[in-house]
Design a protein around this ligand. Structure first.
Ligand code: PLP
Length: 397
């Protein structure tokens, strides 16, 4: 198989209608519907996910090029693209789960996924059990005849925890439990969960895949096409389908994904090491840092440490707030995975409802700063970080 750098550039492009030349860039087919010459042809095209294009909620050539490209990058059989990462996650959960089913999920999950699972539990009678993800034993102890789905994340946000993917995915397979891994933070450049035994890979393509903070998107990649065929009719009902222009922008981003990931990882590694030696910082969470609890696992399942790191400031809540307001190169914004460095202070924003005890249980200190490290010059980023640390440290004296 070709290297991922080659596959990212030579995206899957359908042949044009006639002649031998074809556009290098995937054409943007910005059309909601497709016209037919006869009622029979239209009826035939309504048959399933791979028929002719009928209506863009069911399928669109630009969106399909993205789906095929994502399946290729992840080593899957096929994929469905969605309007957002949450569209993909909700689509897969709603398609596969019924009342009475059990889901076993990693405890440290993206907040939106956690909330979607809680909702399924409270409103639709799906039982949700949480595990640390550090080994297959907890899964084995909880799994039973009603267990339908195992939900994991390659790299958890913001702690950087890397679960025991090979052990957990093998255990799920042995018991006939479908596994879904959110690979948004690693991207297929750092990890391909299907190669480790996953059935479904989920993405917020909003993040590293699209990579430029200008488009929302999501995807589910399937190891076996039979699973896509099972999920597809429900996702057509849900309607969280990818818009062709969003798919086009995502394909444009994917061409440089391997280059960007290299820079994200290198910059994050440099900042993580320097932050670890700084007197204003009490802890640094980056999975490829030797002191991280997931370090050994992260080295074995990831080919880089990723671009997301977080660090705890000695000065607590006030220092965290001061830091995110003091940065000059980095920007204070919620997302991650784009070319620009972004910082947030979870205790005063995304997790502001939690008191100190609840924050601690979620693994988030009051002085925790999350940084999505971009691809700027690393010394500019360090200078910016250092001056922001000085100002936040000054506050505590
Ligand atoms: C790991 C992870 N999964 C899913 C999502 C949801 O993606 P979207 O915002 O594209 O719906 C996010 C968003 O931050 C995320 O970090």
């Amino acid at each position: 198989m070709q290297d991922i750098r080659t596959r990212a550039v030579h995206v899957v492009n359908e042949p044009p209608g006639g002649g031998s030349s074809r556009p290098l860039s995937v054409p943007l087919v910005q059309s909601s519907a497709f016209a037919f010459g006869s009622a029979d042809e239209l009826a035939r095209a309504m048959g399933g996910p791979d028929g002719e294009y009928v209506y863009s909620r069911r399928g669109n050539p630009t969106v399909r090029a993205l789906e095929r490209t994502l399946a290729g990058l992840e080593g899957g059989a096929s994929a469905i693209a969605f309007a957002s990462g949450m569209g993909a996650i909700s689509g897969v959960l709603l398609a596969l789960l019924r009342p009475g089913d059990q889901v076993i999920a990693q405890r440290c999950l993206y907040g939106g996924t956690y909330a979607a699972l809680n909702d399924l539990s409270e409103r639709y009678g799906v039982e949700v059990a949480h595990i640390s993800g550090d080994g297959p034993e907890e899964f084995e102890a909880l799994a039973g005849p009603r267990t339908r789905l195992l939900v994991l994340e390659t790299i958890a946000n913001p702690t950087g925890q890397v679960p025991d993917l090979p052990g957990l995915l093998a255990a799920a397979r042995r018991r006939g439990v479908t596994s879904a891994v959110d690979n948004s933070l690693a991207s297929p450049v750092l990890c391909r969960p299907i190669e480790l035994g996953a059935d479904i890979v989920l993405h917020s393509t909003t993040k590293y895949l699209a990579g430029h903070s200008d488009v929302l998107g999501g995807a589910a990649v399937f190891a076996d096409d039979a699973l896509r065929r099972e999920v597809w009719p429900r996702t057509v009902e849900l309607g969280a389908c990818a818009d062709p222009f969003a798919a086009w922008l995502t394909l444009r981003g994917i061409a440089t994904l391997p280059l960007r990931m290299r820079e994200h990882c290198a910059n994050a590694g440099l900042l993580a090491e320097r932050l670890a030696g700084h007197p204003a910082v009490s802890a640094v969470h980056w999975p490829w840092l030797g002191t991280h609890p997931s370090y050994a696992r992260a080295r074995s399942v990831l080919s880089g440490g990723g671009g997301l790191l977080s660090f705890e400031l000695e000065g607590g809540r006030e220092a965290g707030r001061a830091f995110v307001e003091a940065v000059r190169v980095a920007r204070l914004a919620l997302s991650l995975g784009g070319v620009e460095t972004l910082v947030t202070h979870p205790a005063s924003t995304s997790h502001r409802e939690l008191d100190e005890g609840a924050l601690a249980r979620a693994g988030i200190g009051a002085g925790l700063v999350r940084m999505s490290v971009g691809i700027e010059d690393p010394e500019d980023l360090w200078q910016d970080t250092e001056q922001a640390l000085r100002s936040s440290f000054g506050l505590t004296k």
